[in-house]
Ligand binder design. Structure first.
Ligand code: PEP
Ligand code: CO
Length: 450
């Protein structure tokens, strides 16, 4: 059976081949957990997902810009309020730098509140001579390197649900309850970032914004009473890898009768699970959320157009975001024919760049890392290719954190290989720290202006 002919139901993906899914030792245990999850409330609502689709439609027309970012892999341990608050702070800072710098509305989507399952290149690894399954994210198994800990445990799916619910609750409170008030724009600058060149540049911009707000007040506009000034729209997203969980979270909208995956506003298909006739593509073809698909260097124009047809047969603007992740050395060669293909076929898509996953390297001392200059270089290559093709550079998809970690090389802090062990805390891929993220926002704002 192929994804093109299978009639879609929330469970029809089960008839298709699927890559990267965990094998649980006790299928009955899995079934019991999934049954319970099916009975839990949705985390997001269909109307919110439709709202995001509309905002992304504006992105596809070049009227707004998408900022999508967060951890490579969230963990159960990092569930405290501080980490979530700091991540939101850095995303709000980046968004305001982009809004102010490029005079463009920014659509804000976190890799957050459910980004807990990882596809892996290698199914197993050997640690101190012992072979064990690879870590596949806290939603599947444990990071600590013992064979027992790496056995997939269905109870982790339920923990992910509850962890996502509490993170989302906090995000809703922060973005609606005053924290995201534009008059607090100064307060988003974290103490240790404030002294950096980016922090100072940010403070200057914040002062200008405060002056502009004071001016609005002076001419009689009540900024405290207008939600435009004191709330932000913030959406959630994650890779839709664990289809059992996504199916259990898929509900029929009472208003339209359409199916929505209510685990997050936006879901994406990873580079390793984007086979046209496989389960992941088929599953996401049937839910009405806005969806994304990673597009790596082996994608061909004809395969891409088929993917657009399967995932967005109605050519609805905002429905499909293509996330280019080519690597700094390849973007100039491989991206242009793909941009031209969707352009010539008049496909309504949002094209964005993930400048992280094509630029992962192992440092001399053995750390999995990325060079900030490669990340910036791929973004710049993406903008150049978009300009040449006459397509809209719609956004950036980033792995970042609000913490002052040392996981990526370079930037104004000039983090070197020997600095990496100071605060290397990621459970999976290296993330830009708060300062590097802010630096990136200023650079992207300039590219957008240019
Ligand atoms: C990711 O976004 O964490 C990821 C695994 O990306 P990709 O599918 O592009 O490799
Ligand atoms: Co990653």
């Amino acid at each position: 059976m192929s994804t093109l002919t299978t009639r879609w139901t929330p469970s029809s993906w089960q008839d298709l081949p699927a890559k990267q899914l965990p094998t649980y030792p006790d299928p009955d245990h899995l079934k019991r957990v999934l049954n319970r999850i099916s009975g839990l409330p949705p985390l997001v609502f269909a109307g919110e997902a439709r709202d995001l689709t509309e905002q992304l439609a504006r992105v596809s027309r070049g009227e707004a810009f998408l900022l999508q970012g967060g951890d490579c892999a969230e963990t159960f341990d990092a569930g405290g309020a501080d980490i979530t608050r700091d991540k939101l702070k850095v995303l709000l800072q980046m968004a305001i730098v982009l809004t102010y710098g490029a005079s463009m509305p920014i659509v804000k989507v976190g890799r957050i509140a459910g980004q807990m399952a990882k596809p892996r290149s290698e199914p197993t690894e050997t640690v101190d001579g012992v072979e064990m399954a690879s870590y596949k994210g806290d939603a599947v198994n444990g990071l600590a390197a013992t064979p027992e800990n790496r056995v997939p445990d269905p109870d982790r799916l339920e923990r992910m649900y509850h962890h996502s619910a509490s993170t989302l609750n906090l995000l809703r409170a922060f973005t609606r309850g005053g924290f995201a008030d534009l008059r607090r724009v100064h307060a988003w600058n974290q103490e240790f970032v404030a002294e950096s060149p980016e922090g100072k540049r940010y403070d200057q911009m914040a002062e200008e914004i405060e002056r502009a707000l004071a001016f609005l007040e002076a001419i009689g506009i009540r900024t405290d009473a207008d939600p435009t000034f004191n709330t932000v729209d913030f959406f959630t997203s994650h890779e839709a890898l664990l289809l059992d969980y996504e199916q259990a979270m898929t509900r029929q909208d009472s208003l339209t009768g359409d199916w929505y995956d209510c685990s997050a506003h936006m879901l994406w298909i990873g580079e390793r699970t984007r086979q046209l006739d496989h389960a992941h593509v088929h599953f996401l073809s049937g839910v009405h959320n806005p969806i994304g698909c990673k597009v790596g260097p082996t994608m061909t124009p004809s395969e891409l157009l088929q993917l657009c047809e399967v995932l967005n047969p109605g050519n609805i603007p905002g429905r499909l975001t293509l996330i280019s992740r080519m690597g700094v050395d390849r973007v100039a060669d491989v991206l242009p024919p793909l941009l031209e293909a969707t352009r010539d076929a008049e496909r309504n898509v949002v094209w964005i760049t993930d400048p992280c996953h094509g630029n992962t390297i192992t440092s001399e001392s053995g750390y999995k890392t990325r060079r900030v200059e490669d990340v910036f270089g791929e973004i710049s290559g993406f903008f150049a290719a978009s300009k040449a093709a006459g397509t809209v550079p719609g956004g950036v998809h980033m792995e970042l954190t609000g913490e002052n970690v040392t996981e990526c090389l370079g930037g104004d802090q000039r983090i070197a290989d020997l600095d990496l062990p100071q605060r290397y805390e990621t459970a999976c891929d290296p993330r830009l720290n708060n300062e590097q993220s802010l630096e990136l926002a200023f650079q992207v704002a300039e590219m957008l202006r240019g």
